[in-house]
Design a protein around this ligand. Structure first.
Ligand SMILES: C[S@@+](CC[C@H](N)C(=O)[O-])C[C@H]1O[C@@H](n2cnc3c(N)ncnc32)[C@H](O)[C@@H]1O
Length: 283
């Protein structure tokens, strides 16, 4: 299956703003996706493990962006298993974001693409076995509608697994970059499900059972001599960077470097913490 434009929907200014934002971010996500493969994999592993994928399963990945976890899942299905019927459908509201997934996933037989709004999927009821969604649901105004749509397209016994960000204070890079930029309004959406229990309640309200919500926390020691923060700056702060006057852009990196130095130990390493919420729900 290959996608055309996003599913037709009535004009909605919030949705239109989201489309514009992700359209403008698409190139940065594509540019960084390959070099971010390791951190991406650390997040994909628990997400995909929760899905207990079988070789014959159809996995729908929502809000795939530049292709994760869809590409990792499709690779694990392998050509032989893919030919038995297992496949992965990478979907996203914004074709410009999916461009990176198409480039990175070229040649993977089990992978196909679909441009679609997760609140109105052009898929039959009970047509997929598993659903994944990594850091996408927070951006959907009608999140309950999206969860209900997930339940509709899942087969009985199917599983949905999602990752959303935990509190901003527990996510070092978002916290530090937001501080340096003086508070970025668009960032608030990332932490919409940060409060424990909100995701779980949403999926119960949408009619799912066997709902569990767990914290996923990881820490790494980053080499402060390298601009390890640049991918996050480029990908998550695209609208803020676009608004920044040229003279401020020139000094932004210096201010980030100074903020990093402030949190760096004598060994030259800065602790970088990440906190996400893993939601698993059964139909
Ligand atoms: C932070 S990116 C996540 C990309 C990828 N899953 C990852 O973890 O690297 C969020 C994605 O959500 C998509 N998105 C926003 N609203 C959506 C909607 N209503 N339906 C489907 N995708 C949506 C955006 O286009 C964007 O690609």
């Amino acid at each position: 299956m290959s996608g055309g434009g996003p599913t037709a929907a009535p004009f909605d200014p919030v949705r239109e703003r989201e489309i514009r934002r992700w359209h403008d971010s698409g190139q940065a996500w594509d540019r960084w996706a390959d070099s971010m493969a390791d951190p991406a994999d650390r997040l994909n592993r628990p997400l995909l493990a929760a899905l207990a994928l079988q070789p014959h399963h159809v996995l729908l990945d929502l809000a795939s962006g530049a292709g994760e976890p869809a590409i990792t899942a499709a690779k694990s299905m392998g050509p032989a298993q893919g030919s038995e019927g297992g496949r992965v459908l990478a979907s996203d509201l914004v074709p410009a974001m999916l461009a990176g997934a198409r480039r990175r996933g070229a040649g993977i037989d089990a992978l196909s693409f679909l441009a679609a709004d997760m609140t109105a999927l052009p898929l039959g009821s009970a047509s997929v076995d598993r659903i994944s969604c990594r850091f996408g649901l927070m951006f959907v105004p009608d999140a309950l509608g999206a969860a209900a749509e997930m339940r509709r397209v899942l087969r009985p016994g199917g599983i949905a697994a999602l990752l959303c960000w935990g509190p901003q204070a527990d996510n070092t890079l978002f916290r530090l970059l937001d501080d340096v930029l003086g508070g970025v309004p668009e960032l608030a959406a990332l932490f919409r499900f940060a409060e424990e229990g909100t995701l779980g309640r949403l999926f119960l309200d949408a009619g799912f059972s066997g709902v569990s919500e767990t914290s996923l926390e990881q820490s790494v020691l980053a080499d402060a001599a390298k601009p390890f923060w640049r991918p996050t700056l480029d990908m998550a702060f695209t609208p803020a960077l676009a608004r920044l006057p040229a003279q401020d852009r020139a000094t932004l990196e210096d201010r980030i470097t100074a903020a990093v130095a402030h949190e760096t130990g004598a060994d030259g390493k800065m602790p970088v913490h990440l906190h996400a919420r893993l939601l698993v729900a059964h139909k």
